[in-house]
Design a protein around this ligand. Structure first.
Ligand SMILES: *[C@@H]1O[C@H](CO)[C@@H](O)[C@H](O)[C@H]1NC(C)=O
Ligand SMILES: *[C@@H]1O[C@H](CO)[C@@H](O)[C@H](O)[C@H]1NC(C)=O
Ligand SMILES: *[C@@H]1O[C@H](CO)[C@@H](O)[C@H](O)[C@H]1NC(C)=O
Ligand SMILES: *[C@@H]1O[C@H](CO)[C@@H](O)[C@H](O)[C@H]1NC(C)=O
Ligand SMILES: *[C@@H]1O[C@H](CO)[C@@H](O)[C@H](O)[C@H]1NC(C)=O
Ligand SMILES: *[C@@H]1O[C@H](CO)[C@@H](O)[C@H](O)[C@H]1NC(C)=O
Length: 790
């Protein structure tokens, strides 16, 4: 009966969705996971009180300092758990701060969400985040223990339904505003439960199936050596394709048999983790990577316990998931992060010769605010030492044939280089190497852009007729972003996107695959960020919001927003951890950083409010609830806004965060003035950076400090990303920015920053109770600043 209830809920929601958003194709995306009530982020030295840890000599090896610190925190309480320093830890030459990422191990197996990020400088711990599991360590997995952890399928199904109903009624009863009535109420439930409902539904379908199977053969609960049941269960939940679901459910055994695993199939605890690869997984476009891990799941008493999971990396047509599925009860999906992030879906009202490009220049956000002009390949010598159109033969996935002897770099005459591979993708497929790219004539990418009104069946043809200009624009904008972020510290070590890293550290072969006019959707865009060393993928769509269609590739704000997902995901929690901004407040801020950076990049000395995506969406106020504005009537968002109906989704949460950052940057501009260019001066040939009127005069080996408010804001935001913990809350991200200022300027903007954050309720006394994985909870605005600021 319970399961039937869920099925009808799903149908009801599907109906309301299609009535509400008919012309929009929404990419399906799951993102949720447990909250960690015990996770902490300490960002001021006085908060860092431990048993016996003392500041070390300023010359001490920062990794050794971190090790001593972790040992000290763990003390005697964690005798059964150990840890490893992750290989993506790095010392950032631009700040002198060493970012050490530590992963908890229990019985030699990683606790996937047991992270510490420790920021070390001059022998001192500047800040650290800690989500290590602190409870009793389970005894080694033996059959009886495994059984104890598992839930019978039917019981599980009932539990979840009850939980969902209870959560929704709590949600409704805690709203301050009037509860919306009628259809709208269903829509709100959709916002609330939408991402989970499909899971519930498929889990319960599985219950029926499992019961049938149990009658014909004994269930293999406790056999954690086989990850296929967990994986196939995840695919049922994850696929957007109903036919695939039907096929899996009707041919369950055949699918299971066809899926072949390479690697050892028996679970043997040891020090080294074994990775597996699973082939022939329905609806996955590549073999799935799998490994065993522990994750922390909440218990009824408000703490957490460890559960053994299979961690999967599943690449699908429209998603790239990192999922944790219980290894013992394979129908329990514990967390999912989609490495792909969408731009929001609006609700319709109803070193060679430098190349040149005919493009909307950097700073011209979209065709409504300027015309195209011829722009030079003005690459930054530090960020792109060989320009935008060269890459080593050895790092070029498109090169076939014999490399000329002694040649190292291949020069291309197309939109294909070390940072970005840009091409059309009308077919909407994952393959990109053979897709069409424009060819330069004498290094000139000057192509016609000629949108014109047409009948609707001709609209695609019109858009395709200017594909040369589109791909050129996407290539140009993406390279400009690469170079800009590089100069603010998104370098090879920090996990940036490049095929070749010029022996400057980090993992290579991960340029951004940028698809223009991607056929997999309309009226949107998305970016997939796998860990460092695997290509990021940006997909830009056409918008059928006007006649002629509008091409998202020409709206710089959308491209910047998307690329910024790569920035924030790689910088938060370390280059090799792509699971830190998956849901709730942290997922929301993942959207917010992109809006903030896009808005900052287009802003000029004369202050103006800005809306996101207004050209592509053909809506003056853009695709958010409000434009970004200093005026509280125009944009009333505060911290407490997150509790409102309609603020469960990451884009709504992100809008609140971006608004706060906008006010922070305006406060810094008021204090320090405005720089017309965000780009630091080009380095001298010897690599030294001239300070110009961009940086303050250099003091010894100290990091360079941008002079102006807008450049300083970008620097503090990017430094903050590196300092904050995995799965940061608004509070953590705020504290990380304040710490970044402490480190960069000695804290001279301490009160400016606190005042700006507190203006919208994120002051010292702001509180949140009962956060949920969906971003829920009860928040209270706080407008207080620290005592020294009064
Ligand atoms: C690429 O261009 C650079 C600069 O002009 C040149 O030195 C190099 O030989 C070229 N590479 C090849 C393989 O032609
Ligand atoms: C683009 O150029 C045309 C022709 O010179 C001009 O009429 C139009 O105002 C320009 N558009 C913008 C947005 O500047
Ligand atoms: C794109 O540019 C090439 C020259 O590089 C030209 O031959 C081709 O016709 C152009 N394509 C379109 C659709 O205009
Ligand atoms: C900024 O505003 C001032 C005064 O209104 C005006 O003179 C100036 O031209 C404006 N500058 C730009 C770049 O729009
Ligand atoms: C804020 O916006 C409102 C509505 O547009 C306007 O009436 C008001 O004058 C603005 N306030 C300021 C200080 O600009
Ligand atoms: C680098 O070159 C600049 C300009 O030629 C010069 O002023 C500076 O002293 C040089 N720095 C070093 C470390 O050689």
């Amino acid at each position: 009966m319970r399961c039937l209830l869920i099925a009808s809920l799903l149908a009801g929601i599907a109906g309301s969705v299609s009535g509400h958003r008919a012309p929009i194709t929404a990419r399906k995306s799951l993102g949720f996971g447990p909250v960690h009530p015990h996770a902490v982020y300490h960002s001021s030295p006085y908060q860092i009180i431990t048993n016996s840890f003392l500041a070390q000599s300023p010359n001490a090896d920062p990794f050794e300092v971190a090790r001593l610190f972790v040992d000290d925190i763990l003390g005697g309480e964690h005798v059964q758990s150990s840890y490893k320093i992750r290989p993506d830890s790095y010392t950032d030459p631009s700040t002198g701060i060493t970012h050490v990422y530590v992963r908890q191990l229990v019985h030699g197996i990683e606790v996937a969400d047991g992270n510490m990020n420790i920021n070390v400088k001059d022998g001192m711990i500047l800040s650290y985040g800690n989500s290590f599991y602190a409870g009793d360590v389970p005894s080694l997995l033996s059959s009886p223990d495994a059984k104890k952890l598992s839930h019978p399928h039917r019981e599980y199904c009932e539990d979840l339904t009850t939980a969902l109903e209870a959560q929704f009624s709590t949600f409704v009863s805690t709203q301050n505003d009037q509860v919306p009535m009628g259809n709208q109420k269903t829509t709100e439930f959709d916002e609330f439960a939408g991402p989970l409902t499909h899971l519930h539904y498929s889990n319960c379908q599985f219950t029926e199936l499992a019961n049938e199977m149990a009658s014909t053969r004994p269930q293999a609960i406790g056999d954690v050596g086989d990850m296929r049941p967990a994986l196939i269960q995840f695919m049922v939940a994850a696929t957007p394709n109903a036919e695939v679901v039907t096929d899996i459910l009707s041919k369950y055994d055949q699918h299971l048999e066809k899926m072949t695993m390479s690697g050892v199939t028996h679970f043997a605890p040891g020090n080294d983790q074994i990775d597996f690869v699973v082939d022939n997984v329905p609806d996955a476009v590549n073999p799935v990577k799998a490994r065993l891990a522990y994750v922390q799941v909440p218990t009824n008493d408000g703490s957490t316990e460890l559960t053994v999971v299979w961690k999967f990396e599943v690449e699908m047509e429209d998603n790239w998931y990192e999922a944790a599925v219980s290894a013992i009860a394979p129908h329990r999906i514990i967390s999912v992060v989609d490495w792909a992030s969408d731009a929001p879906i609006p609700v319709p009202e109803t070193p060679k010769e430098p190349a040149s490009y005919n493009v909307f220049a950097w700073g011209v956000n979209d065709p409504s605010v300027g015309n195209r002009s011829i722009e030079k390949e003005n690459f930054d010598g530090l960020a792109s030492p060989v320009g935008w159109h060269s890459l080593p033969f050895d790092n070029d996935p498109s090169f076939e044939g014999v490399k000329p002897s002694k040649a190292f770099y291949r020069n291309t005459t197309t939109t294909f280089g070390n940072n970005v591979f840009a091409q059309e993708n009308w077919a909407g497929q994952n393959a990109y190497l053979a897709n069409y790219r424009p060819e330069a004539e004498s290094s000139s990418y000057d192509f016609k852009y000629s949108p014109r009104e047409s009948d609707s069946d001709e609209a695609m043809t019109v858009a395709k007729s200017y594909i040369n200009a589109t791909v050129t624009q996407l290539f140009y904008t993406s390279n400009m972003i690469h170079d800009l972020y590089y100069r603010y510290g998104f370098t090879e070590l920090a996990g940036n996107f490049q095929q070749y890293n010029f022996e400057r550290g980090g993992r290579e072969n991960d340029a951004v695959i940028a698809n223009a006019q991607d056929g997999s959707g309309f009226n949107n865009a998305n970016f997939m960020t796998p860990p460092d060393g695997q290509n990021g993928r940006m997909r830009m769509y056409l918008w059928n919001t006007a006649n002629p269609y509008r091409d998202g590739d020409f709206e710089a704000g959308i491209v910047i927003h998307e690329y910024s997902h790569g920035l924030s995901t790689r910088l938060t929690g370390g280059p090799l951890n792509s699971g830190c901004l998956g849901w709730g407040e942290s997922g929301g801020m993942g959207e917010g950083w992109g809006d903030f950076l896009a808005t900052t990049i287009r802003s000029t000395k004369n202050y103006s409010d800005f809306a996101m995506g207004s050209w592509a969406a053909n809506r003056a106020n853009g695709i958010r609830n409000y434009p970004y504005s200093q005026n509280e009537t125009v944009n009333p968002s505060t911290y407490q806004t997150l509790d409102k109906p309609g603020y469960w989704g990451v884009h709504a949460i992100g809008e609140v965060w971006a608004q706060m950052l906008w006010l922070v940057s305006q406060a810094l501009i008021e204090k320090h003035g405005f720089s017309d260019s965000l780009y630091p001066p080009m380095p001298f040939e010897n690599g030294t950076v001239p300070v110009g009127d961009f940086y303050r005069p250099a003091v010894g080996k100290q990091p360079l400090v941008p002079i102006h408010g807008n450049t300083l804001a970008v620097q503090l935001v990017i430094n903050g990303l590196k300092l904050q913990p995995c799965q940061p809350s608004f509070f953590d991200a705020r504290d990380a920015i304040i710490l970044a200022d402490e480190e960069l300027t000695g804290g001279e903007n301490f009160c400016t920053l606190w005042k700006a954050f507190s203006a919208r309720g994120l002051g010292k006394d702001a509180t949140v109770q009962g956060r949920t994985p969906w971003g829920g909870g009860i928040r209270t605005n706080g407008f207080a600043t620290p005592a020294t600021c009064q």
